[in-house]
Design a protein around this ligand. Structure first.
Ligand SMILES: NC(=O)c1ccc[n+]([C@@H]2O[C@H](COP(=O)([O-])OP(=O)(O)OC[C@H]3O[C@@H](n4cnc5c(N)ncnc54)[C@H](O)[C@@H]3O)[C@@H](O)[C@H]2O)c1
Length: 319
């Protein structure tokens, strides 16, 4: 297997390191040539199409700003190149249709990097909750993002390039987990606002989502907290209350044995340690021919929830 990375910023650097450590990395691409200087021993490109056409890697990892994901996924899949795309899969309904249609007709495999599904607490919770009757669930993401954070990338904080704010960036993993563990709400009502970052972003820093039919979930997210708080998910079944936090699961207040961490956390604390596990699983399945569980359809659940939340304006809408 030979793999290439498109976009070697914060997270692309981490993908490149994991691939390089496993002997898979065959090339990198970034429009910012300074970012390529760390990869002098490899073929480097500033044009992702040229990289795909010339290097013909078995897979590309898409680690670019949100608005570029769909066009890059489509270009690679249409050329039979497997894709592991960072979240979000895309930022609009039009892009979603295009990506899913392309995945359907392509011989190549699309995977979406929702690495928190591989965290031991979420692996435990998925198994524990399987087959149980879920009465309600709630989750909260309260993080701290500043003007300095938004200044680290031209694309951040803008509807056209990030696609939204706290929901589509920081909170997406938790929305993905909510619907992975508890099912998809069929209808939601949501409200989004910018309470603390008006001077530097044009998207929401705070959001509330309440399901109105289907899976009974409520969700709160903000980038306006004074510090990063641990993400919390609480699921109430007809028998018990399951609280899921980073590195821990409590059932009716009792800590559960969720096993040891198998992978080292890499990069910022909020990335967790799931990238190593997800990437190993993705390549294991490419080699064995088994389907990768987080394909386009699985990766689109959180995007559908988020797009519905943006559409809602406080009214009940279909997801
Ligand atoms: N899974 C996670 O936990 C996680 C964590 C962080 C970021 N991400 C996702 O990864 C993506 C990138 O985020 P980031 O924080 O690394 O951003 P970043 O701005 O640090 O990096 C993006 C890189 O893409 C490059 N780029 C821009 N346009 C390009 C183009 N046309 N061709 C090639 N390269 C191009 C930029 O020069 C930059 O180096 C986003 O989708 C983000 O949501 C996921």
């Amino acid at each position: 297997m030979r793999a290439a990375v498109i976009g070697v910023g914060n997270i692309g650097t981490l993908h490149a390191k994991i691939l390089s450590d496993s002997g898979l990395l065959c090339g990198v691409c970034d429009i910012d040539e300074k970012r390529l200087s760390a990869y002098k021993d490899l073929p480097c490109y500033t044009d992702y199409k040229a990289m795909i056409d010339e290097l013909r890697p078995d897979a590309v990892h898409i680690c670019t700003p949100h608005y570029l994901h769909a066009e890059m996924v489509v270009y690679a899949l249409d050329r039979g190149v497997n894709v592991l795309c960072e979240k979000p899969l895309c930022i609009s309904y039009e892009q979603l249709d295009l990506v899913l249609e392309t995945e359907k007709r392509s011989s190549a495999r699309l995977g979406v990097c929702l690495q928190n599904r591989y965290n031991r607490e979420n692996v435990f919770a998925k198994k524990y909750l399987s087959g149980k009757n879920i009465v309600s669930a709630s989750a909260q993401v309260a993080w701290h993002r500043t003007a300095e954070y938004y200044a680290t990338g031209e694309w951040r904080g803008k509807k056209a390039t990030e696609g939204g704010g706290v929901l589509i960036n920081q909170a997406l993993h938790t929305l993905d987990l909510l619907q992975y563990l508890c099912g998809m709400p069929e209808k939601i009502a949501a409200s989004v606002s910018d309470l603390t970052l008006k001077e530097c972003i044009e998207v929401e820093d705070t959001a509330v989502i309440v399901s109105r039919a289907g899976a009974p979930v409520t969700f709160f997210a903000t980038n306006g907290a004074a510090a990063d708080m641990p993400v919390e998910i609480t699921v109430v079944t007809d028998r018990d209350t399951v609280k899921i936090m980073p590195g821990a699961v409590y059932v009716n207040g009792v800590p559960q044995d969720i096993g040891e961490e198998r992978y080292k956390p890499l990069g910022k604390a909020c990335y967790g340690s799931g990238h190593g596990a997800l990437i190993a699983d993705y390549y294991g399945r490419l080699e064995s021919g088994e389907p990768f569980p987080i394909n386009g359809e699985a990766g689109s659940g959180s995007v559908r929830l988020i797009l519905a939340a943006y559409k809602s304006g406080g009214e009940t809408v279909n997801v």
